[in-house]
Design a protein around this ligand. Structure first.
Ligand SMILES: Nc1ncnc2c1ncn2[C@@H]1O[C@H](COP(=O)(O)OP(=O)(O)OP(=O)(O)O)[C@@H](O)[C@H]1O
Ligand SMILES: [Mg+2]
Length: 345
């Protein structure tokens, strides 16, 4: 099998928000000492992304998807762990040595208006990164920009307009053009369609998928829309409270989710042709990443919880065919589910 394009090992990203009301006091030597308050947004995350695939990351709001993306692409330094691009470890590179990776890896954000400079004409927005990263003549830069505008479906004759003169969908096309114009290999798309009108979403998805085909791009795709994820992914990672609880090829995940959290998450999507409702309700709220639960992060809401879950962090275990899940009781839960569906049949 081909070596991964990108791999991350045991990645942690914590934000220090000490100094506010959330700080806890601890008594030390008869004096109160303020404890540091940390938001543990990403914890012990490991996975690989292979060239040409789309790995989607799903999970509820606040589970750490964007923080993970920003850490991978170098916008945040990780607190722990390693990030490799091909063979090279990139999480500790100097800005100068990171420069080539700044073209290889690009990011497309949810809100195209916020990610485009409102005072720059589209032409300037697109020419700037080319000028910075690629050695091309003035005429070549113009050609390159016109080509990429055509590819994303924005008329190159509109290059002298400003972002506000475009619709939301057109603006997202321009953000995608801005990512593509430096010829990247790897794109992180963080909820790239969720701010758009439903009628436009499919067009932007198709654009991303066409660009992937044409340019052999590798995607890390972040979304909480499971039907979109099912449609476009090669593999899917499910996150809960900063950790990956399941990772599997897309069909294996949607046909046979193993982790109780994934089972609940997927049971919420209505599926065509499925009889009856198997909706699994998860009780309670997601705990705060400031005080992570001990053991399995899902234990407080898990219908199958036992004592060991409150004490020991479950490892991501391989259940064959690249299907990984982190739960102490997968075998038991699977056996029980098989029994119940046997009764129902
Ligand atoms: N710069 C920051 N400083 C402190 N806490 C942060 C920061 N960025 C994110 N967080 C916290 O980290 C956790 C993960 O946030 P993140 O934005 O990564 O989640 P998400 O999965 O992308 O959510 P959403 O689906 O809403 O976009 C949240 O509790 C969030 O409040
Ligand atoms: Mg986010």
């Amino acid at each position: 099998m081909e070596a991964p394009l990108l791999s991350i090992h045991n990645l942690d990203k914590h934000f220090d928000i000490s100094g506010g009301l959330l700080d806890q006091l601890r008594w030390k030597g008869g004096k109160p000492v303020r404890e540091r308050t940390m938001v543990r947004a990403v914890n012990r995350v490991s996975f690989e992304i292979r060239k040409g695939e789309t790995l989607s990351v799903v999970g509820e709001s606040g589970c750490g998807k964007s923080t993970l993306a920003r850490t991978i692409i170098g916008l945040y330094p990780p607190n722990r762990g390693e990030i490799f691009y091909r063979e090279e470890r990139i999480d500790r590179l100097s800005p100068a040595r990171m420069l080539p990776y700044r073209t290889k890896m690009q990011m497309v954000f949810q809100d195209p208006y916020a990610s485009l400079n409102p005072r720059m004409r589209v032409r300037e927005t697109l020419e700037e990164p080319v000028r910075f990263h690629r050695r091309l003549s003035g005429a070549e830069i113009k050609d390159c920009v016109a080509q990429v505008m055509e590819q994303v479906g924005v008329d190159p004759s509109w290059a002298d307009r400003y972002p506000h003169e475009f619709s939301g969908g057109q603006r997202q096309r321009i953000s995608i053009a801005r990512a593509l114009v430096v010829n990247p290999e790897f794109i992180i798309a963080d909820e790239p369609i969720s701010a758009l009108d439903v009628s436009i979403q499919a067009q932007i998805l198709n654009l991303l998928m066409d660009a992937q085909q044409e340019r052999q791009l590798t995607y890390l795709f972040i979304s909480h829309d499971l039907s979109v994820v099912e449609h476009i992914s090669t593999r899917v990672a499910v996150m809960y409270l900063g950790t990956v609880c399941e990772l599997a090829p897309v069909d294996a995940l949607f046909d046979g989710p193993l982790h109780p959290y994934t089972q609940a998450l997927l049971s919420a999507i209505p599926r065509l042709g499925e009889k009856g409702s198997r909706h699994i309700k998860i009780e309670g709220d997601v705990p705060t990443p400031i005080q992570l639960p001990t053991g399995c992060v899902f234990h407080g809401r898990c219908p199958h919880v036992r004592t060991v879950c409150t004490e020991t962090v479950p490892k991501l275990r391989d259940f064959g065919g690249g299907h990984f899940a982190a739960c102490h009781f997968i075998e038991e839960i699977t056996a029980r589910r098989a029994e119940t569906s046997g009764h129902l049949a």
